[in-house]
Design a protein around this ligand. Sequence first.
Ligand code: HMG
Length: 384
Amino acid sequence: MKIGIDKIGMYTPKQYVDLVELAKHRRVDPAKFTIGIGQDKMAVAPLSQDAISMAANAAAKILTAEDKAAIDLVILGTESGVDNSKAGALYVQKLLDLPNRARVLEIKEACYGATAGLQYAKLHILQNPTAKALVIGADIARYGLDTSGEVTQGAGAVALLVSAKPKILALDLATSYFSEEVPDFWRPLNQMIAEVDGKYSNEQYIRFFKETFADYQAKTKYGLNDYAALTFHLPYTKMGLKAMREILPQVDEAKQNELQQHYQQETLYGRQIGNIYTGSLYLALLSLLDNDAILQPGMRIGLYSYGSGAVGEFFSGVLQPEFKAQLDPMYYLDLLAKRQKLALDDYEAQFTAQLDPESENQALTDDDPFAKYYFAGIVDKKRV
Ligand code: HMG
């Protein structure tokens, strides 16, 4: 029985900051941001787009009435949750008019949450082969103005429809995970911006990659030559390349070049959006599939998920015969092209205003044509 990703949908808000402009404003050489870090633009969520509305917008892009009727599991992976108790996925279930006869929950483990959700969904479909599961990663990454992490902020969501008839990627049964408490990145309760030990977090990301890749290799006997492409959680687009370079010497030069060429395609969306935490690995997968003309059905793709704190997981899947027909690259080209550039003054003013907990009590509107849903503010203590 095959289980895997049937459809992928993505949403990112309509505003972005140009990182060459930001670099000049911060008196940094722009090449550090565009080459050293590998980011050109960073998505900025207005107050009217939170993790829930972005999640619903990403899922609304892919779900048909038939899909909705079959969904009996909804998981939101997020570290930008809006409630200490209630699962944000319950709002998503209601907004999308999904069946009540469903298990609906939220998973938190930094950027790893959506992968935990995907693995849960895989086991769920194994037990319930006629059902479908909706797994979404949605986040807003905030490090603070004029911090070294600022250039690696972003916002957006990726939704995965998981089923026993996956039209995009059939997941291999094996998977390799590794967890250890490490203080690389965290966000204390009631703090809107993350704390991070940047260089240390890079080292942990790579250490966990090597651990999980080696374990997966031992379990499955797949060598690096067996993968057409490797996809990575991309907190910024240089990060995955740093990790991949650690294992590239395992293959000859031609294969090394091939893997690095595919890697460029997986970074195209992330370069323009930034870190969307839980959704970032799946944004890289979507970018690869939408932009890479060489990939063919039957090819194996590796996926590396990393959530600070930290949990890493390496797994893989095989491209399905109809995968190209499931994609809609023109839609995302349009979505990204129609975004509005934020003036830096406006970006800084918005950023500062959003740190005020009172900011959500105002009535909000949103005119983004790509957003079916938005957050309208808090009324009588309830999110609308
Ligand atoms: P930094 O200290 O500003 O940058 O922090 P740097 O000095 O390390 O420079 C970065 C790169 O730019 C270097 O290249 C420089 O050489 C190069 P590298 O040696 O790394 O290949 N550079 C230049 N290149 C061209 N022209 C120039 C130039 N100047 C310098 N003129 C850092 C960078 C990423 C650490 C920072 O932005 C940060 O802390 N970001 C947030 C943390 C992060 O993204 N960590 C990634 C791993 S952890 C993770 O992925 C989990 C996470 O997503 C959270 C979660 O799980 O929820 C973050």
